[in-house]
Design a protein around this ligand. Sequence first.
Ligand code: KMH
Ligand code: ZN
Length: 305
Amino acid sequence: MAKPKQKVVITCAVTGAIHTPSMSPHLPVTADEIAEAAIGAARAGAAVLHLHARDPETGKPSQDPALFEPFLKRIKAETDAIINITTGGSPHMTVQERMRPATTFKPELASLNMGSMNFGLFPMLGRFQDFKHEWEREHLENSRSLIFRNTYQDIESILELGNANGTRFEFECYDISHLYNLAHFVDRGLVKSPPFIQSVFGILGGIGPHPEDLMHMKRTADRLFGNEYEWSILGAGRNQMPLATIGAAMGSNVRVGLEDSLWIGPGQLAESNRSQVERIRTILEALNLEVATPADTRAKLGLKG
Ligand code: KMH
Ligand code: ZN
């Protein structure tokens, strides 16, 4: 009998907190822009929408639940996609601030960053110089001296929040040690099986974007979790499509979106989140892989629906 085709979950991370509005006119900022971008991505095949909010005046990342509310409402009314709310917020925020929207909206999924690290955004100062708002330059400049703080206590607080609300997690693992941190919480019974592991490649401060890095992450995850995990790949910047393609060919799910890369090709800004979802979908179909629907994904990840 023919083996059923592997179904690949596409996550689209719509706006994030890394890039700033002066870097691309296509980065969604207002609630309407975020809603439209997310709905477009869902229509193109993204089963999961990973969401941050921004102050509509300045474009600065914000965890104010009042800024999430209008786009969550529209997305839920117009799609069946799975809502994934950030608990990472921005590396400049406290963990209490970062937890506010997931506390308010109790989503099916939320991100959970699995370790403290340097988070080097300052190399982008070489590529982008004309900033409309002073906070944009400071955001990149200050990354020289900040630590993206995710202590064991912070991680525990977010896990407890999720476990109380039926929210499951996209575990952001930026390096090998983050897989070991996740295994620690699995051993303590705080993480439900199967964990959804988002391996993040190419952030300065985390593991690099070489295919050998991807192999090392996969081998380590296989050793720690056996078959009991769902794997996804996030390549930052120009690594987005190549790493997603390598990962998918090896059985991973994939994440795209303007949070992770502003680009659709060398020197070519992506005009929408949707265009990146369409690109990865074309690649997946060329690899003879099927794209998971929201219903497939809810079953695969054991979400509350
Ligand atoms: N910014 C990405 C590399 C979060 O929002 O919690 C990972 C992320 C983290 O999306
Ligand atoms: Zn995020």
